[in-house]
Write a protein that binds this ligand. Structure first.
Ligand SMILES: [Zn+2]
Length: 378
């Protein structure tokens, strides 16, 4: 048993030496000196570990030498060697932890880093309220099986006007409303150009699309901005009626403004739908009464104080949401579809307007001013 005891004594000696180096600081102060010392210490540690517990190390050597012993001595010898290996491994593990601690301590003492200072807080952003509303609208209609469709913001006269049954003398072509790039190219005044693009490329097949995007008009006041976002829906198939339009819009209005929401259509005129309507939903601030109910302290301030006339709907009890109607047969004709075979409906509304209504925002310019005090509230 002598070689086992002898290795244990040498191992203890080597470990003690290394431990005192770790405890006493292995190198002169200063960042580079400390790092050099740490490297030497780690190297020495690895050398010793290999020397004793490595595959070709001294402890494995003992096991290999077992063949030279008398058979009856081997079990006892093997047991002692295994104990020695466990002992050595525990010693090395403990020392490695000490060396790592010492390395961290010396790297901190050599630098100007103060680990006790609080960290920097990285500000977390969130989605713009209009983006949130747009995503909510898209995801609702996608849930109904609508497909997302897009079209250019700078587009030919054909797509923005002509194919949508807007003749050259129509008032909406007036320079006061439309940004012209040149005689034949405009900044689109509505997302309805998506309808024309989509029907041209998906001829004679059922269509259900939701089309959000930026549109441009020469207009600028508290509730109008020259650039704003619309979202448009188009459904085309055989036997699509106005009832489908109403059912779809009603589902959406209740999703957006609450389950108690009611809805009404007012006759209207758009060149690309026939018949056409404006859609109103019941005012959700005053529940359609025109007066802000008492005990409604949680309502958005745009509605007004409890008991006062409702500012959001201007006491009418209704809020105008957007335009809609059945696709005009002339539009089908323009894009090469058979108006005798197909019918459809379309509707569109301003995402800016829906956002203002949903959150009670009184001035549209808040949405584009990029003021963090405003945006942080969403
Ligand atoms: Zn109201």
């Amino acid at each position: 048993m002598q070689p086992i005891e002898e290795i244990r004594v040498r191992l203890d000696g080597d470990m003690q030496q290394l431990e005192s180096l770790v405890a006493g600081g292995s190198a002169p102060a200063g960042a580079s000196g400390a790092q050099e010392g740490d490297k030497a210490l780690s190297k020495r540690f690895e050398e010793l570990k290999v020397k004793y517990t490595g595959k070709k190390g001294e402890i494995s050597g003992l096991l290999r030498s077992m063949g030279t012993l008398a058979p009856e001595a081997r079990p006892e010898f093997g047991k002692l060697v295994n104990e020695l290996r466990d002992y050595a491994e525990a010693k090395f593990a403990a020392l490695q932890a000490k060396i790592q601690e010492a390395e961290i301590a010396s790297s901190l003492s050599g630098s100007t880093l103060d680990a006790t200072l609080p960290g920097y807080r990285i500000p977390a952003g969130s989605l713009h309220p209009m983006t949130q509303v747009r995503e909510e609208i898209i995801s609702f209609f996608q849930g109904l099986g609508f497909e997302l469709a897009l079209a250019p913001e700078v587009d030919n006269d054909w797509y923005n006007f002509e194919a949508l049954n807007i003749p050259p003398d129509h008032p909406s072509r007036d320079m006061h409303d439309t940004f012209y790039v040149d005689d034949k190219v405009v900044l689109r005044t509505h997302t309805s150009n998506v309808q024309v693009h989509y029907m041209e490329t998906h001829r004679d097949q059922p269509i259900r699309i939701i089309a959000p995007g930026f549109v441009y008009r020469v207009d600028n006041d508290a509730t109008h901005s020259p650039m704003f976002q619309q979202v448009e829906c188009l459904v085309v198939d055989k036997d699509i009626s106005f009832a489908h339009l109403k059912g779809t819009l009603f589902l959406w209005a209740r999703h957006m403004f609450g389950a108690e929401t009611t809805m009404r259509f007012r006759p209207s005129y758009f060149p690309f739908t026939e018949p056409s309507a404006e859609m109103d939903v019941s005012c959700y601030f005053c529940k359609g009464t025109g007066t802000v109910p008492t005990g409604s302290g949680t309502l958005a301030p745009a509605g007004g104080a409890p008991g006062q006339p409702c500012r959001t709907c201007k006491t009418t009890g209704w809020i105008e949401i957007g335009g809609c109607g059945s696709v005009d047969p002339n539009v089908f004709g323009k894009v090469g579809w058979d108006p005798e075979k197909y019918t459809g409906f379309a509707f569109g509304f301003g995402i800016d307007r829906i956002t203002m209504l949903k959150y009670g925002i009184p001035d549209i310019s808040h949405l584009t001013r990029n003021d963090n005090r405003f945006l942080r509230q969403f």
